[in-house]
Design a protein around this ligand. Structure first.
Ligand code: DC
Length: 221
């Protein structure tokens, strides 16, 4: 099947871009951050210690994670909102740092790519999971633009619990963790096209990626 990878830091616009792109192409959107978050949620619910890598990997291998209608389902239950609360975001860090969990996630992600054409978003999709993807994009944006995007998303959902500055600081910290993890670190693949989304509308970004997909023959049947 066909694959477009979208990697990059939090708040650069990966999810909105991936969703709209998948919609335009009639492909599936695989949000791999949501997959790591779902494992973290399951670990918290089942009291699996976050420092026990073996248990976390066993848990990850046992889970059924699926995407449908812009939602993520964990063992059949829609957990889209639950995986985004702050304590799950914090726990996701330990889960994503564990190399054997990443190995399980890679298997699951490659498994989905055998069944569906994918627009997949994450940190390591173009580098580790799909090094042979037909089109790799790395979406970036300035820290302030990324914090502002997240802040407005949260406010739209009625959550004003954190200021833009707090979000900026936790994003910087999270980016550092994402860049420095020994396995699956966030980085642009050598053959990725880097798009800086500062000042670009979602529509413009999607147009640009669709143009590239078209040039590579990905939009024809
Ligand atoms: O994209 P996100 O914020 O939902 O991702 C949640 C966490 O999972 C984030 O800290 C980065 C990590 N992650 C990862 O390590 N590899 C991926 N392919 C996707 C996300």
């Amino acid at each position: 099947m066909r694959i477009i990878t979208l990697d990059g830091p939090a708040g650069a616009g990966k999810s909105s871009t991936a969703r709209l792109l998948a919609d335009r192409l009639g492909w599936c959107h695989m949000d791999t951050g949501a997959m790591y978050r779902a494992v973290a949620l399951a670990a918290l619910k089942r009291d699996v210690p976050l420092e026990n890598e073996n248990e976390l990997a066993e848990l990850a291998a046992s889970l059924d994670i699926q995407f449908a209608h812009d939602s993520v389902f964990l063992n059949g239950k829609n957990v889209s909102a639950e995986i985004r609360v702050d304590h799950v975001t914090t726990a996701t860090r330990s889960v994503a740092d564990a190399p054997s969990v990443r190995e399980e996630m890679k298997k699951m992600q490659r498994g989905l790519s055998k069944k569906f054409n994918l627009v997949t978003e994450g940190r390591d999709q173009g580098t580790v999971v799909f090094p042979h993807a037909e089109l790799k994009i790395y979406l970036d944006a300035s820290p302030s633009a990324r914090a502002a995007r997240r802040y407005h998303e949260r406010v739209e959902q009625g959550d004003k619990s954190r200021s833009m500055n707090e979000i900026l600081h936790s994003q910087i910290e999270r980016d550092q963790g994402d860049r420095e993890r020994p396995v699956g670190a966030m980085e642009a693949a050598k053959d990725a096209i880097i798009i800086n989304t500062d000042g670009l509308s979602l529509e413009k970004v999607v147009e640009q990626v669709l143009g590239l997909a078209h040039d590579r023959g990905l939009t024809s049947d």
